[in-house]
Design a protein around this ligand. Structure first.
Ligand code: SAM
Length: 184
């Protein structure tokens, strides 16, 4: 596989070293469950959020088919993170945008995405990781990208290390990745 040209593989490649069998993880946008499955296979427990019931049901089915039970799926906005997760977290994955092959008008939106990110930063362990994939081929995504990038660019460099991965010579706004680790 050509790892750098496929964002969904590249992010997993970068996230994997942050995971072990003791890890607490959160998939902030469950969708079709691919990221939730990856986290459940590589950690102690995964929490998964999605506002769409269909996404939660599909993911529940996928994880059960894989013989997993180390997960809790929550049909609510990720901006409500602190209502459901009361422990420190090793890895968060945000995969913004809309559910592929479903209603494209239901997308993540800047305001709640930013609120969720702020709450995730508050629960992130030292040396833990937040991975965000930004899709900005649609209007909500464009606004979301601008607001998220502006916010992470200003995070205290003494406390956080932020890495921004951007395809450089491609067409049609390919997804970008932002990685944040907590230094202290
Ligand atoms: C690009 S998809 C996620 C793909 C998924 N990670 C996968 O592996 O298949 C984005 C998902 O975010 C969900 N979403 C939108 N707004 C949300 C919110 N406020 N809180 C949680 N999930 C949200 C959508 O319903 C959609 O399923």
């Amino acid at each position: 596989m050509n790892i750098i040209s496929k964002t969904t593989q590249l992010d997993k490649y970068l996230i994997k070293p942050y995971l072990n069998k003791e890890s607490i993880t959160v998939d902030m946008t469950v969708g079709n469950g691919n990221d939730t499955l990856f986290l459940a296979l590589n950690s102690k427990k995964v929490y998964g959020f999605d506002i769409q019931k269909i996404a939660i049901e599909k993911t529940d089915k996928l994880l059960k088919e894989n013989g997993l039970n180390n997960y809790q799926l929550i049909c609510d906005s990720h901006s409500e993170l602190d209502k459901y997760v009361n422990e420190l977290v090793d890895v968060f994955i945000f995969n913004f945008g809309y559910l592929p092959k479903a209603d494209k008008t239901i997308t993540t939106i800047a305001e709640s995405s930013l609120e969720a990110l702020k709450k995730a930063l508050g629960l992130l362990k030292i040396d833990g990781l937040i991975s965000m994939t930004l899709y900005y081929g649609h209007r909500n995504g464009e606004i979301e990208r601008e607001i998220i990038l502006d916010y992470v660019n200003k995070l205290d460099y003494n406390k956080y290390y932020v890495l921004y991965i951007r395809p450089f010579n491609q067409q049609n706004n390919p997804p970008e990745i932002v990685l944040i680790t907590r230094k202290k």
